[in-house]
Design a protein around this ligand. Structure first.
Ligand code: SF4
Length: 390
């Protein structure tokens, strides 16, 4: 524990932190990310309301060439065997996609794919993706009702197409993960998603909490109180749902899960991180330490910019001129993001900062400061209500 912070922690909070550290499976995020998202292209036929990538219909001529992309995979493999997500834009818009996946797979990287719901993910292409080494695809679906989903994605027929791809994926033996972006458009109908996810045999529900990457999107975010309510609901659901549940871009779900578990257990029993929200049956061997932007997570943009995440779009370098391993380990931006004592406000003094730390991209998107407290956390909202300033 950092001594500078101890005066701000209550005794029980300090004990909590020690407990967390003792039970945390070691994952050295100073050395290597656990997950790398690679935006292989920004081209996409869609224009979704919340789109992080501000996707464009045409491929950018500055995109990495195949040769550069293969060189990047070589260097990524020097991190060990992180999960490599081929994303976009629509990754299917890149003609060499399957060659890149096959090469990454050969190098021992655990590859996943997030295709957009266009006409491109046919049975044949999904079969090629599987042959290249993909085991699971992630599909975005925000509601079991087509109208809500299509309205948010701004493409009529998108829901139907997504369902079509889902069936195609199952046909070729790919498992499917459903990603749902929680925002004002669907917050009230989330319970309807539960029987739906089960019915379509998705193996995981990744519940993604909106990170605003532009001022206009802040209005789409749900309140800190609503975040807290949904976290508690997800915790309850995770105990009985026949699919894995993952709260994405919401590290404070870990606080809720720990608090709930502690309340359920007898006083001195140690809290382990094997419970709901920390372990998944997806075979990806996720770490129990919280992954956060630049701290276990790395993003490569379509033109090779090296960023802490797609939601914290600050380039610390570019793979064409910089070494991605060196940037991740040593660039001041990445080092800042792994320095809990540089956080500001309630996140800095929080007993849960090492398992949570607040979503850095959201702090940046809302306040313009990536070390600020995460405004979607109830503890931060309550501190503001008490008139605390920092
Ligand atoms: S105050 Fe910050 S570190 Fe603590 S739980 Fe909330 S978001 Fe996480």
């Amino acid at each position: 524990m950092n001594d500078l912070l101890s005066p701000h922690l209550s005794e029980s909070a300090a004990a909590d932190r020690t407990l967390h550290n003792r039970n945390m499976v070691h994952a050295d995020f100073d050395k290597a990310p656990f997950t790398i998202a690679w935006e292989v292209t920004r081209a996409c036929a869609y224009a979704c309301v919340h789109c992080r990538a501000n996707a464009q219909p045409q491929r950018d001529p500055r995109e990495l060439t195949t040769k550069e992309a293969l060189q990047l995979i070589d260097r990524i493999a020097d991190f060990g065997n992180p999960i490599l997500i081929f994303t976009g834009g629509d990754p299917m818009m890149r003609r060499d996609l399957f060659d890149l996946i096959a090469y990454a797979n050969e190098k021992g990287l655990r590859c996943s794919l997030t295709p957009t719901a266009t006409a491109l993910p046919t049975v044949e292409r999904l079969k090629r993706a599987r042959e290249a080494g993909i085991r699971r695809i992630a599909l975005s679906l925000d509601a079991p009702r087509p109208a809500i989903h299509d309205d948010f994605r701004r493409v009529e027929g998108s829901w139907k197409r997504t369902m079509h791809i889902l069936h195609n994926a199952h046909e070729v033996g790919l498992s499917v993960q459903i990603n749902t972006t929680v925002a004002r458009h669907n917050v009230d109908i989330l319970p309807e998603m539960v029987p739906f996810i089960e019915e379509v045999h998705a193996v995981q529900w990744s519940v993604f909490f909106l990170v605003p990457t532009g001022r206009g999107q802040i209005d789409w975010m749900v309140s800190a109180e609503e975040h807290e309510r949904i976290f508690n609901w997800l915790y309850d659901l995770s105990k009985k749902a026949p699919f894995d549940i993952k709260a994405t871009a919401a590290p404070m779900y870990r606080r809720v899960a720990i608090e709930r578990k502690k309340a359920e257990q007898n006083g001195d029993e140690p809290i382990t991180f094997q419970g709901a929200g920390f372990q998944y049956a997806d075979g990806l061997h996720r770490p129990t330490k919280g992954v956060n932007d630049g701290n276990g997570f790395l993003f490569i943009s379509h033109i090779g910019d090296i960023e802490p995440s797609g939601f914290l779009p600050i380039a610390a370098g570019n793979v064409r001129r910089d070494d991605v391993v060196d940037i991740y380990r040593n660039h001041p931006l990445f080092r800042d993001l792994r320095s809990y004592d540089r956080l500001k406000g309630p996140c800095r003094t929080c007993a849960y900062r090492e398992v949570c730390g607040g979503q850095r991209g959201r702090a940046y998107g809302v306040t313009g400061d990536y070390m600020e407290s995460d405004p979607a956390c109830i503890l931060v909202a309550q501190a503001r209500e008490r008139g605390e300033v920092w």
